[in-house]
Each structure stands twice: as structure tokens, then as C-alpha cells.
Design a binder for this molecule. Sequence first.
Ligand code: NAP
Length: 310
Amino acid sequence: MEKTEASIYDLLVIGGGPAGYAAAIYGARGGLTVLVLEQLSAGGQMALTSQVDNYPGFPEGIDGFLLGEAMGKQAEQFGVKTKLAEVQALRLAGPLKTAETSSGRFYGRALIFAAGAVPRKLNLAGEEALTGRGVHYCAACDGMAYRDQTVMVVGGGNSAVEDALHLSRLAKKVILVHRRDTLRAEKFMQDALEAMPNVDYVWNSTVTALHAGDSGRLSHVTLQNLPSGVFSDVPVDGLFASIGRQPASELVRGQLDLDPAGYVLADETTRTSVPGVFAAGDVRTKPLRQIVTATADGAAAAYFAQRYLG
Ligand code: NAP
């Protein structure tokens, strides 16, 4: 795309999750022209959560996909443009920031990087080939395929317990495998899972190998009990890895300062190591990654971007 006025925005927002759309809403209401670049659909990772119960204002809870759509619509009302495109490269140095995308090149006088986080992988041999063929990272998206079957969930945080609970309503049996002997999920979620009769727990254990059957789909996994070192094979129809997320910061690696885990270094002002570039939401170094903290980041990023633009 030519570098025309039409392709130059005051603010480019990378990522259309809660952080990105909060930034877009605040930026547009502050008089900036704003383009949000989003790969899939408004809402980001939040859109994959079927029930959000801890975002204030929704006493009955709300579907994460619907909340994402609502955020996108709200931004649109203030003149924000959204382009569904894959961002392939970013050039952040200098006064004009560039995003190369699958739908052309866009420019911003300031840029808010709100690309979020992606599911962490188990890092096992064959994992990639089995992804979608028995190995999954999102129970809300893929759980339906395992009605009346046996599934394993790996992890001990809120995601694992939420996924196990979701799957326990569909599957014949759910096996929750955790590397410790206690869960770190919130108590009320643990209580809800304990009430399900078809959930087995395997404590102090990790998955050490994935095995495919003749169909090329996952057929069983090898577990290792950590205290004893003993291995055992467990047949499963599906495995959901719910072991947290990692920052989607590859696009800015080498351009912005990152912490050792790959999160973009930025404080509450969301300012990064490059002037005019701000990091908001799950991709930023912060103690708590929630929808409510992501939207707070978005508002701060828009505020400091506006101050930067003068
Ligand atoms: P998390 O809280 O970081 O928990 C990840 C879990 O996976 C931990 O139990 C961890 O074990 C385990 N784990 C990490 N790497 C592993 C590996 N390589 N092999 C085996 N196990 C591994 O991640 P999360 O559950 O995805 O949650 C992320 C954030 O989203 C949290 O802030 C959470 O509260 C939030 N969240 C909220 C809700 C909700 O409120 N409804 C739902 C989902 C997520 P250790 O315990 O040993 O570290």
C-alpha cells in the first residue's frame, strides 16, 4: 500500500483484545485517528473463554466472544477502524511506525503493542503434528469433539480447572494431571470441579511423551510420577494443555527491551524502550494478567500516546 494519508494513523494498535480496544476507545475519544490490527476476531484470547465472571458490570457473567464483539463495536462508534490482518513485521524506530501485514502496509505516529499471549506448549516430540489431532490448547474451542470420550487436562491454574470443568460436562472421563500436589486455581473453581463425579486427579506428575495411533491421532500419553520417577502409559482420546501462556512478543524481539520470559518491559505508563511505542495488556511485564488489568493498560497507553503526540 502507498504511504498515503489514508494509511497513516495517529495511533496503530496491534491486537484487538481488551487492551487494544480500550486503547482504541480512549485514543479515538481523545481525537486521534486509530487503526486496530487484529488477526482473528475482536476479543483476542478472551474470545475463547465461554464464561467471564470477574469483569465488573456483568452480574450473570458474559461470554468472552460477545464481550470482545461489544468492545469492537464500541470502538467503531468513536471512529476506530479495525483491519483483520496478520501483522508480519513491525518497524518501530523513528517517528513513523510501520506495520507490514497480510493486507498491506500501515503507518502510525505512535504505536500500542497489545498482542497478548499465546498458549504455552508442552514442548514434547510430535506435539506439533498432533495439534488438532488429539492435542489441544482450548477446551472451549475444541472440547465438543470429545463428547463421551476420555480426555486429559494438564495444568493446575485457573485455565486448567476451567477447562477440566468444561470438559467434565461433555466427556465420559477427565483426567487432570498436575506437577504438584495442590492446584493454584481459585478455591471456588476447585470446589466446582471436585463436585464433578467423572474427574480423576493425577498429582505430582508430568506428561513426558505423546503417542499416535494408526490413525495418526493421539492414542496415549506417558506420564512420569515425579517423586518416584516411575513412568506409566495412559490411553486418552484427547489432551488439553492448560499450562499458562507465553507473550506474543516475537514481532518486537530485538526492537523493544524484553524481560527474560519475553514480556515487553514497560511500567504503569506502558512506555517501552522505544519512544512512541507503548505496551499494553498481557504482553507487558506486570503482576496480574486479567481482562480488567488489560483494559486499564489500554487506557494508560492511549493517555501516554496522546502526551507523546503532543
Ligand atoms: P497459570 O496460572 O500460570 O497456571 C499454569 C499452570 O500450569 C500451573 O499450575 C503450572 O504449574 C502449570 N505448568 C506450567 N508449565 C508447565 C509445564 N511445562 N508442564 C506442566 N505444567 C505446567 O496459567 P493459567 O491457568 O492459564 O492462567 C493465566 C492467567 O489467566 C491467570 O492470571 C489466571 O488467573 C487467569 N485466568 C482466569 C480465569 C478466570 O478467572 N475465570 C480463567 C482462566 C485464566 P505450577 O503450579 O507448578 O507452576
